[in-house]
Design a protein around this ligand. Structure first.
Ligand SMILES: [Zn+2]
Length: 274
């Protein structure tokens, strides 16, 4: 009875939210031309609070399984690179200077990384060790993920779904997460409730554009973006890696990245001089 009532109220809220979606300027002054107008029908406070719960549950489960930040050297390396990138984020989104940025390294052979709303990130160790990533290439991965967060692609994607079950699931997420076991399953909970839906091509293109720019501003070589994708494709054969499942690729992605590298090279050269 109570459950039915709760669902009725939530579905009503969804319809109301869908009816009054707002246009919001998430980022500013992109040197790579990211200016697309975005519309959101799920409030940020609600979405980000639920996603923070999911992230904390993910870390808790990873710790229990003994896979959270176990490689101290690798964790320190990822954190140093990410900190340099995060320093540049306010150039593109001023309020991100106050975000609770954090990154965890999860021991797993999977090839993936993700950034939840508010800058809560994780990367699987396998992405770095299996592909033998350089610091410049790690910076491209993390810059790409940071960009998804700055542009709030998860919340935008969930808003576009306008799916009442999705939002009901989102609001119940803390309870759901408690029922899952493996780290992979936990990450998938995010997919089910909208934090980690497969991004669409427009989102991927924006994250590529903004990611390579952030990395260049932080002094990381923009040519590493194309080399990262070459390694990713070689390792995953016909594009079947975990990363490609949540980050759909296009056939001209490498050509686009090469062109973007030329666009942001002056930012990289100037950052290296400092
Ligand atoms: Zn992506």
């Amino acid at each position: 009875m109570f459950h039915t009532f709760k669902r009725y109220v939530l579905v009503s809220s969804v319809l109301l939210l869908a009816a009054c979606g707002t246009v919001q300027q998430t980022t500013v002054s992109s040197a790579t031309g990211v200016t697309r107008a975005q519309k959101f029908s799920i409030p940020a406070a609600q979405f980000n609070a639920a996603s923070a719960n999911a992230y904390m549950s993910l870390l808790g489960s990873a710790k229990q399984q003994g896979v959270l930040n176990t490689d101290k050297v690798l964790t320190k390396r990822v954190r140093l690179i990410t900190a340099r990138l995060v320093q540049q984020a306010p150039v593109l989104r001023p309020d991100s200077g106050n975000w609770p940025w954090q990154v965890a390294v999860l021991s797993s052979d999977e090839l993936n990384a993700a950034c939840y709303p508010d800058g809560k990130m994780f990367i699987y160790s396998g992405l770095i060790t299996r592909l033998k990533l350089t610091d410049d290439e790690i910076a491209q991965v993390m810059g790409h993920e940071i960009s998804h967060a700055l542009r709030e692609h998860s919340r935008e994607g969930a808003s576009q779904q306008q799916n009442s079950n999705l939002l009901v699931g989102l609001l119940d997420v803390a309870g759901q997460v408690a029922g899952y076991k493996g780290v992979g399953d936990l990450a998938n909970v995010g997919a089910q409730v909208g934090f980690n839906l497969p991004f669409n091509r427009a989102h991927e293109t924006e994250a590529d554009q903004m990611g390579i720019e952030i990395a260049a501003r932080a002094g990381y070589n923009p040519d590493a973006a194309a080399s990262l994708w070459r390694k990713m494709q070689a390792e995953s054969g016909a594009g079947g890696s975990d990363f490609f499942s949540t980050h759909p690729s296009s056939s001209d992605r490498q050509a686009n990245l090469a062109a973007l590298a030329d666009t942001v090279r002056p930012l990289y050269v100037s950052a290296k001089k400092k």
